[in-house]
Design a protein around this ligand. Structure first.
Ligand code: NAP
Length: 273
């Protein structure tokens, strides 16, 4: 069931807010614009972490809203009819704010989630609650570490002078990393990567352990395939729980949700008028 927005009036174009910052959000914006562009205006919201974000279909707005109450105000003020939370699975604050704001503003919300990774035969996965917990156990498993946890979680790993880190980030860091020069190498690259390329990278750097976020989805799983093939352990940072609500795992499901939601909104508006 799709809830009826309080301001159920027929409009030439409905407005969809996609909370973005992921490849999936960009793809969804493009597909939603292509499929429903005649009756739907697509706005993608980015936090502003990336200096030069790739162009997105539809409109883009950048920067935090200022919390859940302010997001609810934005939804009302910008006459947003539908929200799809397509943020990264570890972006828990904005997802919680989106849930609260949509409840307050009575706007239907869908969470587009990445399917969780399931271990396969040959996988040697160790789950860690968070970055400090992962950092604590790293030396038990290896000393040449492929670290792909994102910039904010790096400091937790800086206290291991006996380990060497191959750190991969999507953008150059704004300030020097908190590691001794001889303890790391930084590569800046944006996926998706192939398992062959990941395996070659790991062999070239003598990697004996991988540390990553359990983000799920196909886009970043190549390093896990490479680790399995090379029989390397992987420490995975546990993914935060998904905010309750309607959930889709595929772009196509999200597009079908949009279609149903648009029909419901129009039907509700027809009843009112
Ligand atoms: P977060 O901890 O959930 O959010 C922190 C604050 O950033 C939020 O409270 C909100 O500020 C603002 N924010 C986050 N996403 C936003 C969006 N799409 N539009 C407008 N404001 C947003 O999120 P995070 O982990 O810092 O991630 C920030 C962005 O990077 C997200 O959009 C996420 O999709 C993307 N990303 C995150 C990761 C990751 O590992 N966390 C990886 C890849 C991409 P206000 O409270 O002021 O509204």
């Amino acid at each position: 069931m799709i809830a009826m927005a309080q301001t159920a009036v027929r409009r030439e174009k409905r407005r969809l807010l996609i909370l973005g910052g992921t490849g999936e959000a960009a793809m969804l914006a493009s597909e939603a614009d292509k499929r429903f562009g005649a009756k739907l205006h697509v706005v993608t919201s980015l936090a502003g972490r990336t200096k030069q974000p790739a162009p997105l279909a539809g409109e883009t707005r950048i920067g935090g809203f200022g919390g859940a109450a302010a997001l609810a105000e934005y939804l009302r003020g910008d006459a947003i009819d539908l929200v799809i939370d397509a943020t990264h699975p570890f972006a828990a604050k904005i997802s919680a704010a989106a849930r609260a704001a949509c409840e307050v503003a009575d706007v239907p919300r869908l969470v587009l989630v990445r399917p969780v990774w399931r271990p396969q035969a040959g996988d040697r996965w160790i789950e860690a609650a968070d970055a400090p917990a992962a950092a604590k156990i790293v030396p038990e498993w290896g000393t040449r570490v492929f670290l792909t946890v994102g910039r904010r979680d790096l400091p937790a790993f800086a206290g291991h002078p006996d380990c060497w880190f191959l750190i991969r980030l999507v953008e150059p860091p704004p300030e020097p990393l908190p590691f001794r020069t001889e303890n790391f190498e930084l590569i800046v690259a944006r996926g998706p990567f192939t398992a062959d390329a990941e395996r070659a990278l790991m062999l070239r750097h003598g990697i004996d352990i991988v540390v990553a976020k359990a983000s799920g989805g196909a886009g970043t799983e190549a390093k896990l395939i490479a680790a399995r093939e090379l029989n390397r352990p992987v420490i995975l940072l546990r993914r935060p729980p998904i905010e309750p609500g309607q959930v889709a795992e595929r772009i196509e499901e999200a597009l079908q949700w949009i279609e149903r939601a648009l029909d419901s909104l129009d039907a509700a508006a027809d009843k009112v008028t």
